[in-house]
Design a protein around this ligand. Sequence first.
Ligand SMILES: [Ca+2]
Length: 263
Amino acid sequence: MLVAGCGTDTVTASTATTPPTETVATTGPQPTVLEPTSVATTETPDIDLDSGLLAHYPLNGDAVDAGPSARHGEVAGAVPIADRDGRPSGALLFDGIDDLVTLDDAGFAIDGDFSITMWVKGNPYSDHQWVLLSDHAAGECQPVTESWILRYTAEAGVFFSVYDQTTECGSHFGYGSLVSLDDDEWHHLALVAFDGILTIFLDCQEILVGEAPIGLPNGPHPLLAGNQSGAPESTAFDGALDELRFYDRSIDLPVIDALCVEH
Ligand SMILES: [Ca+2]
C-alpha cells in the first residue's frame, strides 16, 4: 500500500535554533517547507516487525517489554483500559495529573536512524500540553545534558525535540500541525528518523517531514511515557497509550502500515 503523500494534509516542517522553553512555541522562525520524503522506497516481500526492535511495550495494563531485551518498565498510577479493539486491559489510561510509566532505557542511546511507534487516544477535555515520551527534565535550560521529548498540543500538534548541546540550552527541532490527538479516538503515531530527516506519520499518513539531528540520545533522565522528569501536572498526558515500540532503524512504509492497521 502506498502510504506517503497520498493524503491531502499540508506538510509543514520547521527547524528552530532558539533556546527552548517549556512552552511549545507557536511562533518563531518561519517554517521551512520541505518536500515530502519517503523514509523508504524499497518494499520487502516479508514485513519484519522485529528487526531492529529495541523494545515493545504492549501496555496490556502493565509495562512489560515483549521485545528481545526484556526492558520492563514500571507503571505509576496509569490503569488498564480496553484497547482500540475492545480488548479488556489492552492499553493504559493516564489521568492527566500524575500518572506515568518509567521505562528501562539502558541501551537507548542511538547514534543513527531510529523509529518510535504507538497508539494514542487523547482526552478532548484536557487543558494542557502532553508529554507522550521523554528523556528530559522539565523547566530548565539543559546545557550539559542531551535529552529529547515528544509532546503534543492542540495548537502545535506533534512536537519532537532533541536537545543536543549545539547552543547554550540545546536546540530543538521540528513541529507539526494539522493533526489532532485529542478527539477521544485511537490514532497511530510513528516517528521515523532516516538519514537526517524526521518523518512523522499519523494513522499511516505522513504529516511532517523535517530535518532533524540523527539519533536518540540517552541522557541522565529516566525514559518516561506520559510525562517528563519532574512530572509537572502541566505536561501530564491525559488519555490512553498502547503498543509502544522503539527501533534502532528507520522502519519502512510496509512496516508502518502493518503496525497501524493490525497491531
Ligand atoms: Ca496492548
